[in-house]
Design a protein around this ligand. Sequence first.
Ligand code: C2E
Ligand code: MG
Ligand code: MG
Ligand code: MG
Length: 280
Amino acid sequence: QAKNQGRNNYQFFAPSMNESNMHRLELEHSLRRGLEKNEFTVHYQPQIDIPNNSIVGIEALLRWDHPQKGIISPAYFISIAEETGLIVPIGEQVLRYACLQNKEWQLSGLPPMRVAVNLSPRQFQQQNLVQVITDILQETGMEPHYLELEITESLAMHDVEFTIKTLNELRKMGITIAIDDFGTGYSSLSYLKRLPIDILKIDRYFIRDVTKDPGNEAIVDAIILLAHNLKLQVIAEGVETEEQLNYLRSKNCDLVQGYYFYKPLPVVGITNLLLNTFKK
Ligand code: C2E
Ligand code: MG
Ligand code: MG
Ligand code: MG
């Protein structure tokens, strides 16, 4: 995936270097500067409904448009952004951009669809999260019905009572909730059953070898059945081949996301794609 990110400089932000304190300070400093200079931006990846083969949602993915290093994936800075708390203002910006963009697409006459935004643990634990989201929706005019929030399994399980309370408030507003990277955390199934959620996203680690590794096949089958029995939708991430897609279709997976269809695209690219797809 690294080579698909374009002009990245992997030396500078190599994860192994994140371990040196020097580098961490340097990175923290440039994250702060990046925030001040508005260097954070969002790319968008379509989510496809398998039975209808149509785009029904879009995931917003944070990017750092660094003046020297080019476009940088969150993999290289998200953990430091999280530790320093900088993810809170950065994540708020992602939410604002995504809502504004989705509203713009709707105003341009495209069929309305959901935009999915990733929430970090730090953001989710903010006491005023619901208010922050309410304000952004109001400010951008985006209807909560077209917003989906993705949280990870580990985050959801961290303080289950708090999670349930917060998710209930968000869902009451009409927001859709997805559990991201499902299968990689430590979910207790008895808690999962209690979580007010709508969607499970199968981590791409399981999809990668789904047609070759019987173990992953068993896990993917089980997650799809679990989701459907809990009346949840299921999305497979990281679908790269037709073989994987056919497999997922045969197991009644609802939605897919992956390079086989589209890579995450910058605003202009995704907008053209949507216009070409829906306004022929
Ligand atoms: P994620 O939310 O699980 O997003 C899916 C990741 O898989 C994205 O990486 C996407 O570009 C990549 N991907 C999608 N399809 C394929 C495929 O077919 N093959 C492969 N190899 N990769 C695929 P990305 O954009 O680098 O984001 C990495 C992670 O960073 C995200 O994983 C998410 O956990 C986090 N992240 C991204 N944006 C935000 C954000 O705004 N806030 C927070 N807190 N985290 C974010
Ligand atoms: Mg996600
Ligand atoms: Mg994921
Ligand atoms: Mg992931």
